[in-house]
Design a protein around this ligand. Structure first.
Ligand SMILES: Nc1ncnc2c1ncn2[C@@H]1O[C@H](COP(=O)(O)OP(=O)(O)OP(=O)(O)O)[C@@H](O)[C@H]1O
Ligand SMILES: [Mg+2]
Length: 376
């Protein structure tokens, strides 16, 4: 769980195309009321950013925004994060602990990756949304209404999940009061040049490099690319180019091969999951999507693993690669696989729950024998 006060006034949605302006209007509208918001869109399109903007522009801005990532936690852990638990209700529950629905009074609770919730958790959440009542795990008393505003996000197609029977329709309707659909970057290519300018400026300052601009050829080349990892992938690509190019302008020649036409084929986020099999080539592809495209572990690996499209040995192979690249440092693996730093505990608990945790020591020794540490 992450609870934080939102005080970043630099939080901004970049883009100048009508679709982005419409998105900005949606955010303003959502910020005016307390209605539940459902944000959907592919990985890296800005769902998280939009949730933060809604909170920041709302009357709740001075109260906390608490985020629960529903992927990668067991039911007991999500339940205890949301509703709290009573002492002794499960092995690690040493004390009574309030859940975030209680600890963010007058604030906003952001349920990220809500499409990953198990049927049982969907039931508990639905009960809370209908009654506003909170019962701590293992507790006997029921507390009444928490004054929180719920925003949920997912990169799953919830309509399809409802049709397939994996997501409860009644829960969907409860969450889907204001629905913000964030289009993928390839459907709003006019935003690409503005985003390129924005992130170039940001990374030049961040890395204190000499001033630099884009050549028109480079902009044209990058505007033609499909960006399966959307804005996150674009941001990571700009950082790489800022660090690697030398001249006063970033030229078409500085654009990495995989972002050019005829470079390695861009896969849509759902493609690998749809194939259903993950041989060594698929494992490599999943790794590439995280390391080069900037897709997050939660959508790329965790999702297929939970829906049994990815086997445990394949998940372990992916983890092994991450540990090799970071010299056995799980915190760096969290970054390498594009998770938030505070997903560290969740990541480890997920690996342990499913018997996929690997001892880091093996990789420490390899790191000592000359393997370089590399974090994209
Ligand atoms: N329109 C935008 N303007 C500026 N930055 C953006 C915009 N859209 C996305 N970003 C940035 O791109 C990165 C990815 O966005 P974000 O984390 O919100 O994506 P997401 O949709 O939540 O992805 P995921 O489904 O993988 O969780 C963040 O650094 C975010 O600030
Ligand atoms: Mg997100």
């Amino acid at each position: 769980m992450a609870v934080h006060m939102e005080n970043r006034s630099d939080l901004r949605l970049i883009g100048n195309r009508p679709a982005t302006r419409a998105l900005d209007d949606d955010i303003d509208l959502a910020a005016k009321s307390d209605a539940r918001v459902l944000i959907t869109g592919e990985t890296g399109v800005g769902k998280d950013l939009i949730a933060r903007l809604i909170h920041q522009r709302s009357a709740r801005r001075l109260a906390p925004l608490a985020t629960v990532n529903c992927a990668g936690l067991t039911d007991t852990l999500i339940e205890s994060e949301l509703f709290g638990h009573a002492r002794g209700s499960f092995t690690d529950a040493y004390r009574d602990k309030p859940g975030i629905l209680e600890s963010a009074p007058n604030g906003t609770v952001f349920l990220d990756e809500v499409g990953e919730m198990s049927p049982r958790m969907q039931g508990s959440l639905l009960r809370f949304l209908e009654t506003g009542e909170i019962q701590r795990v293992g507790g006997t008393t029921t507390m009444t209404r928490a004054n929180v505003r719920i925003i949920a996000a997912t990169n799953r197609d919830l309509h399809a999940a409802v049709a397939a029977g994996t997501f409860r329709q009644d829960l969907f309707y409860r969450l889907d009061v204001i629905h913000i659909i964030v289009p993928p970057l390839r459907e709003r290519r006019e935003d690409i040049p503005v985003l390129l300018e924005h992130f170039l400026d940001y990374y030049m300052r961040h890395h204190r490099t000499a001033a630099r601009g884009w050549s028109q050829d480079a902009i044209d080349l990058l505007s033609a690319y499909d960006w399966p990892g959307n804005v996150r992938q674009l941001r990571n690509a700009v950082e790489r180019m800022v660090l690697r190019s030398a001249g006063p302008r970033i030229e078409a020649d500085d654009v990495p091969a995989d972002l050019r036409p005829g470079g390695r084929a861009a896969t849509k986020p759902s493609d690998a999951a749809a194939t259903g099999t993950h041989g060594p080539a698929e494992v490599r592809d999943l790794l590439r999507r995280m390391l080069e495209t900037g897709e997050s572990f939660w959508s790329t690996v965790y999702g297929p693993f939970m829906s049994r499209d990815l086997r445990r040995d394949e998940l372990k192979a992916i983890l092994r690669e991450g540990l090799e690249r970071t010299g056995g440092n799980y915190r760096l693996v969290v970054r390498l696989f594009n998770m938030a730093d505070n997903d560290y505990k969740r990541f480890l608990s997920f690996l342990r729950t499913y018997g996929c945790h690997l001892p880091y020591r093996t990789f420490r020794m390899e790191a000592g024998s000359g393997r370089s540490m590399r974090v994209a």
